[in-house]
Ligand binder design. Structure first.
Ligand code: ZN
Length: 704
């Protein structure tokens, strides 16, 4: 969840298409000086039609800036080349930050059209800079003298990152290899589009239509109603329709007592893209793996995973495997015990034979109810969104002395947004944080954080402006917005990303805040979730919205007890997908393997049990074949090791231990200016250990 949009779309090297007619729209508020309080974007003055001209003008401006660097008659220096590059494209960054923040949180058809139009223009702009040979020659000249320049560690890091960005884009390849690289990139982009479209079609084509009430079992009323609406939408006369979307399939698998229907549903999901029809994804994905292997070889890496990981905290495939194996062994053991218990329950139900994939959720739900008696409805009144928000603020106040003061007169993109000035204990201004809690049609799903302005000190003290976005239920009628405990953790998670941006204290914007490797970025966010579940903290914010009664200990206990339930299964299905990702991306030759057999062999190798399939099978593994996570799906649990181990430092002292908090803030403040592992070891005094994660997930013992 939630990388900053800027980071993905406008990397260090943004830029440059030639723009022939430059029309500077009169008084475009995106390009003018922002004379708003704190210099926040003037959302109240920005209209849809301002964006595209602002993008094009600022791209052209960036191109001019780049050209000036290239044509500088002086020999290349750190200042006239590396810092000049860092300074270039500021207007484009500003326009992109605003546009992608608004397009994600409050979109419309016009903005979506602009996004589609501008994406290839931005990509071409980036490619043109990344493959600009004279520009690279200057960067390289500085890079080659890096040891003699007396650079600060942060400058050194900026130089390395800048140089690396060119190298990783293929600047050093000969002409023929660069041409082949462009072909590969083009084909990969096209295949990845087709993969996604096929998957969408396979997902949308499936329907399970149920006509007998008995087959619904104890499905909650709101889900029954949704299935009824779905049937009507599909032109059915009565009955209930279920689809392969997770909110539809998972409850059906949990509640339907009809084993044959569960099997149909499960297989419908598991075989997407693997039906040997015209939208089959097997040929596409194995071709993609081969192309990636070829590209890695071109770039001088052993495999695609070597290429990707060399720019991540994990560094090498060997380290990822070593890491995964440590969790896999205990997780597999726990999942076997879970399976045995579920299978016993199934046999008690009079069904003989093996527990299958389509049985797991059904019997797990029965066990959960019997064992923990946890009712979500009973918890809701204790998690009112404003109270949870204040609870999160209180955690940051006790850790770092920060205060949060609501500011009501700043421009915003939607009236639901709340805006806070964040200050030090002594009142010094730190930055501005927007919070946008409620779901609405114009907002994309999920929760995320982005920068509107990242912290830097290169040209004056630039203070951060960040946003956090959620999809919580809006207040209904006069009632408040009540959220689940999971939602409360999500609130803390995005707030953690926001703190990473707000507490940044570096010179260069490219290295500030959340501009860190993928397997590090979720650490500062996930760690905040830990405080929310601590009884001591929960009692400060989980209060009944009507009576003010503090959440009863009995409910806290139930929540805690249920927290490790079924974690063998959850861990194993996630990890099987992580291994599969690594297997596809450690191919050493650009050969196209037979996907089904390849996947089966890998699952056999790791010893996956029959009743569990990977969270994503190859043919619908969109993260790695149509998203940006190839050789990176392991990142979520990697970051969880860090956050569990880091939180342990607070558990060992106290939840708000000031010395530990000071050290943690020191880590946060350095953003991407130093390698993640170095920062981590400085904070913890040692490398991370895996034990706290195993304990948190209940993987240290055997049994459910
Ligand atoms: Zn996140």
């Amino acid at each position: 969840m939630s990388l900053s949009t800027k980071r993905m779309l406008v990397p260090i090297l943004t830029i440059a298409v030639s723009v022939t007619h430059l029309q500077q729209p009169a008084g475009d508020p995106l390009l003018a000086e922002w004379d708003t309080p704190y210099g926040v974007p003037p959302f109240d003055q920005i209209e849809n039609e301002h964006y595209l001209p602002a993008f094009r003008t600022s791209m052209a401006e960036h191109q001019v800036e780049i050209q000036a660097i290239v044509e500088d008659p002086e020999p290349a220096t750190f200042a006239n080349t590396i810092e000049a590059l860092e300074r270039s494209g500021k207007a484009l960054t500003r326009v992109s930050n605003v546009f992608f923040a608004v397009e994600g949180a409050h979109s419309n058809d016009t903005l979506r059209d602009i996004a589609r139009t501008v994406a290839p223009e931005l990509a071409a702009h980036n490619d043109d800079i990344a493959l600009n040979r004279p520009l690279y020659d200057r960067v390289k000249a500085v890079y080659d003298q890096r040891e003699e320049l007396g650079l600060t560690p942060e400058q050194h890091k900026l130089l390395e990152e800048t140089h690396k960005a060119f190298v990783r884009s293929g600047i050093n390849l000969d002409e023929a290899a660069q041409a082949r690289l462009r072909e590969i990139n083009g084909e990969l982009a096209e295949l990845s589009q087709r993969f996604g479209q096929n998957l969408l079609q396979e997902t949308n084509d499936f329907e399970l239509h149920v006509t007998d009430t008995a087959d619904l079992g104890n499905l909650p009323a709101n889900l029954v109603a949704a299935a009824q609406e779905e049937a009507a939408r599909r032109g059915r006369e009565g009955g209930w329709s279920f689809t392969l979307q997770r909110p539809s399939i998972n409850p059906f698998l949990q509640y339907s007592p009809n084993r044959e229907l569960r099997r149909q549903m499960f297989m419908g999901y598991a075989m997407r893209g693997d039906n040997d029809n015209e939208v089959d994804n097997k040929t596409i994905l194995s071709r993609m793996a081969a192309l990636r292997a070829e590209r890695a070889l071109l770039m001088g890496y052993e495999t695609h995973a070597h290429f990707v990981l060399s720019d991540n905290m994990a560094e090498t495939p060997a380290r990822v495997y070593e890491f995964l194996d440590q969790i896999w062994v205990p997780a597999l053991r726990v999942s076997q015990a879970e399976r045995d218990a579920l299978q016993q329950m199934m046999h008690d139900d009079g069904i003989t034979g093996q527990l299958e994939g389509w049985d797991w959720r059904y019997y797990a739900e029965k066990v959960r109810k019997a064992r923990y008696d946890l009712d979500e409805q009973e918890l809701l009144p204790y998690f009112e969104v404003t109270a949870v928000r204040d609870g999160v603020f209180r955690v940051a106040n006790r850790l770092f002395g920060l205060t949060f003061t609501e500011v009501t007169d700043l421009p915003r993109w939607h009236p639901d947004q709340e805006v806070f000035e964040v200050k030090e204990a002594d009142g010094t201004h730190i930055g501005i944080m927007y919070m946008d809690f409620f779901t609405r049609e114009s907002k994309q799903g999920g929760a995320w954080m982005n920068d509107l302005r990242a912290q830097s000190r290169l040209d004056g003290d630039v203070r951060p402006v960040v946003t956090t976005n959620f999809n919580f239920p809006p207040p209904a009628g006069d009632g408040p917005s009540l959220i689940s405990f999971d939602d409360a953790q999500t609130l803390a998670h995005e707030f953690g990303h926001a703190l990473h941006g707000l507490l940044s204290n570096v010179t260069y914007e490219s290295l500030s805040g959340t501009n860190v490797p993928r397997d590090f970025v979720e650490f500062p966010s996930q760690i905040m979730e830990n405080w929310m579940g601590e009884p001591e903290v929960m009692r400060t914010y989980a209060k009944h919205y009507q009576t003010g009664e503090v959440i009863p200990d009995e409910l806290i206990e139930k929540l805690k007890a249920a927290g490790t339930f079924n974690q063998g299964f959850a861990t194993v299905e996630y990890m099987a997908a992580s291994y599969l990702d690594m297997a596809w991306h450690t191919l050493q030759e650009p050969v196209v393997p037979a996907p089904r057999e390849f996947e089966d062999a890998e699952m056999e190798r790791i010893g996956l049990i029959d009743a569990i399939i990977p969270r994503y099978r190859s043919t619908y593994f969109a993260h790695i074949f149509s998203g940006g996570y190839s050789a990176g799906y392991y990142s979520y649990i990697w970051a969880e090791v860090l956050d569990s181990d880091a939180f342990q430092a607070f558990k060992e002292t106290s939840l708000f231990d000031q010395e530990t908090a000071r050290k943690y803030r020191e880590l946060l403040s350095q953003g991407g200016s130093r390698p993640g592992m170095e920062l981590y070891e400085e904070f913890r005094g040692r490398p991370p250990t895996i034990q706290p994660l195993l304990e948190k997930r209940g993987l240290t013992g055997v049994g459910m």
